[in-house]
Design a protein around this ligand. Structure first.
Ligand code: BGC
Length: 249
């Protein structure tokens, strides 16, 4: 089997894709980023992916990260995408329309897989958590390297709403929070996470992980925090990796 897989990270704001060598975790093409269609219905998203599959002349397997709880290929929630995804078996739907083997998993779980295999979490044992800070907050929890899927820590009830409303990167932009104010909010949220899950090592992913130096001094947790090594490419690389794992099963 070829280790090359098309990885796609479907987000509430952007869709990112690249062909990935799942042996090395390296992207073999530039990471392409296009705006998520509005509304982000299954038809609109798959049309856009079809267009890129054609442009890249891609005929191999595809792995997708999707911002929802995914149980055996079926989306059971839809927070930052169109509600019509709920109940859809995305594996079957994409595989049929794109005419190839497609595997979908939660987007943060995908980013976590990539960081554990090739990035900041490599060889880390114990309770390791990855949080993606983007349009929403995604989480991937690992115990001795094994993923506990669909943890949804961005949906913890915190400060009168779900936590992602208080401290996602989107909230930082919408409320025009400076790094001190947003960093302090993130710190409060991480203290809460600590009380509930006692992570031993935390990896921060999403676009804002590139700016880690600007807010790391406000994060006063007992456990170490590092930015994702693959920055916001972790989602694309991990989506491809998830497809490889599913195919090899
Ligand atoms: C969704 C998660 C997703 C996260 C990051 C949340 O709103 O519920 O499934 O992982 O956003 O995209």
């Amino acid at each position: 089997m070829s280790h090359k897989i098309l990885g796609i990270d479907i987000g509430g704001t952007g869709i990112k894709l690249a062909i990935v060598d799942t042996e090395t975790g390296k992207m073999l093409t530039d990471r392409i980023r296009v705006a998520t269609p509005k509304p982000a219905s299954p038809e609109a998203v798959v049309d856009l992916i079809s267009e890129w599959v054609l442009r890249l002349d891609w005929k191999g397997p595809i792995g997708c990260g999707f911002p929802s709880i995914i149980k055996n290929g079926v989306a059971t929630t839809a927070t930052n995408v169109d509600k019509s995804w709920i109940g859809l078996n995305i594996n079957t739907y994409f595989s049929k329309i794109l005419n190839t083997n497609c595997t979908v998993i939660n987007d943060a779980d995908a980013a976590g897989l990539a960081e554990m295999e090739f990035g900041a979490g490599k060889d880390k044992k114990g309770v390791v958590l990855l949080l993606t800070l983007g349009t929403g907050i995604g989480s991937a929890l690992f115990i001795d390297g094994k993923l506990v899927p669909n943890t949804e820590m961005g949906h913890l009830f915190f400060k009168d709403a779900i936590a992602e409303k208080y401290t996602s990167n989107r909230t930082r932009k919408i409320e025009e929070l400076n790094w001190v104010d947003w960093g302090n909010r993130l710190n409060e949220y991480l203290q809460h996470i600590d009380r509930l899950f006692s992570p031993e090592f935390l990896i921060l992913g999403g676009g804002v992980s590139k700016e880690f130096k600007k807010y790391k001094k406000y994060l006063k947790t007992d456990f170490p925090i590092v930015p994702a090594q693959q920055k916001n490419a972790a989602g694309v690389i991990g989506a491809a990796l998830a497809a490889r794992i599913a195919i090899q099963k």
